[in-house]
Ligand binder design. Structure first.
Ligand code: EPU
Length: 408
């Protein structure tokens, strides 16, 4: 199994380019099921999740069944439910299981599809959906107890493109990845408006056609790189990104005392004076992304003062806190959040990655820790970061991929 060996203490310097967005790619890959023929997707990142979706789509040729073997590897597999149902009137998708982030139900996906006329049966670990009379446009609200759902919105959006009549989707997720999906579908002939707001309207069409599409940059990768530059006291430029989508993060970074400049597609950051603690609360877009919460926690260990992190999307997404404490951090869980006291001089240690973003947080911590850090189980990281060790090394960091022979 692969691990990362990180030697801390080097300020990152230089320029790096963003890779294509994982979370934009996955629903767009699934959306290709809605049409006959081949789409050309440019800038797909080389990631394990993207490969898993590719394998899933290849396996679906001539079938409407997404097997547990693939769904358990990647929850985003559930994105094929809406397109299969809309195109073939039938779908069988294994029910995703437990997740280290805490409960991740899919009740809203099912509620939305039922509102469009699907009959759904969940048994024996399978979601079996049929639409004997095709899908019908309707008005529905997808707001859940935790707010909007990103992939739930994606699923309903995709299904409604081929439904009969008009669908008005309230409580829609406003994430840039949803806007990207809607724009992609429109260029395939769909009639979608309102994307980027909480109310999306979809006028059903009888068929879609393939198109060529360029994937947008990965805003979570960009945020992770910026935090790496900031916490190592470096000077960093990220090219090929969309600063407008990083507004909340950039404001939070500025509040710690960092100097940040940006243009249309680049962000430059320079660390100078000591960084001041700045508390954050995660929330749906345009709020602070939950997918940068773990990395912000690692960053907070080098800031002066106490940072409070409140997690509003996945209240149990804090597994990384204990691993950071093994490196000397002073993090305490408190209610739906965590308190981080800084600045702390972290010390290198063997640590265990538990999920994608937690892994990234441990790598960031390793970059400032004294001595060597071995981050084990980086297969989690490979799900969503394209060559992170190479990008960091190109900025001067001492990070390398090693074979971890100490067991699973
Ligand atoms: N929720 C429900 N019912 C549902 C669906 C969601 O109650 O049917 C709740 C969830 O439990 C959660 C909240 O709604 O509390 C938001 O979950 P959401 O459905 O938006 O998450 P998702 O669509 O499954 C995507 C990203 C995640 C990211 C979340 C939130 C992809 C492939 N995944 O997941 O990304 O954390 O949105 O922004 O786009 C990651 O990349 O590391 C990652 C986990």
């Amino acid at each position: 199994m692969d691990a990362f060996l990180v030697e801390g203490g080097i300020p990152l310097q230089g320029t790096v380019s963003a890779s294509g967005s994982k979370n934009a790619a996955l629903p767009i890959q699934a959306a290709t099921l809605l049409m006959e023929g081949e789409c050309s997707l440019h800038g797909l990142p080389e990631l394990r999740d993207v490969q898993t979706m590719r394998r899933l789509l290849e396996g679906l040729e001539g079938s409407v069944e997404a097997p547990y073997e693939l769904v358990r590897q990647m929850r985003a597999s559930v994105c094929v439910l809406g397109p299969l149902l809309a195109r073939y009137g039938r779908a069988i998708v294994a029910l995703p299981g437990g997740c280290v982030l805490g409960p991740r139900p899919i009740d809203l996906h099912l509620k939305g599809l039922e509102a469009l006329g699907a009959e759904i049966l969940v048994e024996h670990g399978l979601i079996q959906a049929v639409a004997p009379h095709g899908l019908q446009g309707c008005s529905l609200d997808l707001t859940g107890p935790m707010g909007p759902t990103v992939l739930g919105t994606a699923n309903i959006l995709m299904a409604a493109t081929l439904a009969e009549g008009k669908t008005v989707l309230g409580g829609a997720a406003q994430e840039p990845e949803i806007v990207e999906l809607a724009n992609f579908l429109n260029s395939c002939g769909a009639l979608i408006s309102g994307q980027g707001t909480s109310r999306i309207e979809i006028e059903g069409v009888s068929e879609l056609h393939p198109c060529e599409w360029n994937l947008p940059p990965d805003r979570i990768e960009v945020g992770t790189l910026l935090l790496a530059g900031a916490m190592t006291g470096g000077r960093l430029r990220v090219n090929g990104c969309r600063p407008i989508e990083q507004d909340c993060l950039l404001q939070a970074l500025r509040a710690t005392g960092l100097e940040i400049q940006s243009g249309e597609d680049w962000i430059e950051l320079q660390a100078g004076q000591p960084l001041q603690a700045h508390s954050i609360q995660t929330s749906a877009y345009p709020g602070f992304p939950t997918d940068l919460q773990a990395q912000w926690m690692a960053f907070a260990t080098v800031c002066e003062g106490t940072t409070f992190i409140e997690e509003k999307i996945y209240p149990e997404r804090f597994v990384h806190a204990e691993e950071l404490n093994r490196m000397g951090a002073k993090i305490q869980r408190s209610g739906g959040g965590a308190l981080i006291r800084g600045p702390i001089s972290l010390s290198g240690a063997p640590v265990m990655a538990s999920d994608l973003r937690a892994s990234a947080a441990l790598v960031l911590a390793g970059l400032v820790a004294e001595g060597e850090t071995v981050v084990r189980r980086v297969y989690h990281l490979d799900r969503g970061y394209e060559g992170l060790e190479k990008k960091l090394a190109s900025l001067g960091a001492k990070v390398s991929r090693i074979l971890d022979e100490s067991g699973p």
